[in-house]
Design a protein around this ligand. Structure first.
Ligand code: BG6
Ligand code: MG
Length: 218
């Protein structure tokens, strides 16, 4: 049985992964090295400061900065990221997402956000998604980053649902692992081979329905 669907935001409902990458790559360029899209994959789903460590490691600079300097670097990246996301519109919601969320709500399934991002609220408002969620758990509410299960456990708790009836939608390996550690099934969104531990794969939400979810995962 499925009574609650918990959605990651970046890379699942909206394609903000490209904005995160552009902002990290710009920071790397300022520091004098290239940060490739392949290296950027490892920042998906992980917290801002953990992502900064990944970027610095790619440039061989992991030990160069004090904690205060690292806070400043992360703030600079976030300022650049905000320039992108404060210009987003509802057109950037990924294909098939809206009808699927609307179908879940009409069927009485709890719809919950489980995102590591502290910027989730800005994106939900810019894209008109906020009214579609029963509960929102974002990076301002959790202290442990994925693959820790905290973000999804908190979402299920707010919805009053046991993990066994929850399904997590994720585009990042860290998120699929977090779902498993929370005792939940997961849908790997976007078709990356890194998501092979998910309970099922979903290349796109286009044409996806609750019935198909139940048939494939239950
Ligand atoms: C996740 C993204 O959703 O949020 C990561 O996949 C990002 O790439 C993390 O680092 C934290 O986001 P923010 O917006 O708080 O810097
Ligand atoms: Mg994601």
């Amino acid at each position: 049985m499925i009574s609650c669907c918990i959605f990651d935001l970046d890379g699942v409902l909206v394609d903000t992964a490209k904005y995160h990458y552009l902002a990290w790559a710009a920071l790397a360029r300022e520091l004098g090295f290239d940060f490739t899209p392949e290296q950027g994959e490892a920042t998906k789903g992980v917290s801002r400061m953990a992502s900064l460590d990944i970027v610095l490691r790619a440039g061989g600079m992991e030990n160069r900065f004090t904690p205060e300097e690292k806070e400043r670097l992360a703030a600079g990246k976030n300022a650049r990221y905000l320039e992108y996301i404060t210009r987003m519109t509802a057109d950037e919601v990924l294909p098939g997402v809206l009808p699927f969320l609307q179908e879940l709500r009409a069927a009485g399934i709890k719809v919950v956000l489980g995102s590591a991002s502290k910027n989730a609220g800005v994106i939900l408002d810019r894209c008109g998604l906020r009214p579609l969620f029963d509960h929102i758990v974002d990076g301002t509410l959790v202290s442990k980053a994925k693959p820790d299960p905290e973000v999804f456990a908190k979402g299920a708790e707010l919805a009053g649902m046991p993990p066994a009836v929850c399904v997590v939608f994720e585009d990042a390996a860290a998120g699929v692992e977090a779902a498993a550690r929370a005792g939940m099934r997961s849908v790997g969104v976007g078709g990356s081979p890194l998501l092979d531990k998910a309970s099922m794969q979903l290349p796109t939400f286009e044409g996806f329905t609750f019935e198909k979810l139940c048939n494939q995962i239950d």
